[in-house]
Design a protein around this ligand. Structure first.
Ligand SMILES: [Zn+2]
Length: 108
């Protein structure tokens, strides 16, 4: 018995099992080509998700800047704190999403 990656969810499963216990993918009679195709689809979906996340993070980051300069006129007001929070969260989220994208690219 060997441990392989599920073609759809990429979690570890036994090569003897016909169904993935994580995502319930039925592999009965599935060809190697079909499994490979599913694995590529799953990877592309994950990469697209990470790319979308990095775009959202960038928008949050930029929106934080816009609020800080055009809306939060009082430096100690709660608007300034909210803006700075958006900038910080957007920045960290962006770094995380980019790092995930690089990791996914390297893995394949
Ligand atoms: Zn699975």
């Amino acid at each position: 018995m060997a441990i392989i990656s599920c073609p759809r969810c990429a979690k570890k499963i036994s090569d003897k099992s016909q169904t993935c216990q994580h995502c319930q993918l039925d592999m009965t009679g599935m060809s190697a080509e079909r499994k490979h195709h599913l694995a590529i689809e799953a990877r592309d979906k994950k990469m697209q998700g990470a790319l979308n996340q990095s775009m959202l993070a960038l928008i949050l980051f930029l929106a934080g800047f816009c609020f800080l300069y055009f809306w939060a006129l009082e430096p100690d007001g709660y608007e300034a704190i909210v803006s700075q929070g958006m900038i910080a969260a957007g920045f960290l989220w962006y770094i995380y999403a980019r790092a995930r994208l690089i990791y996914l690219k390297r893995k394949n």
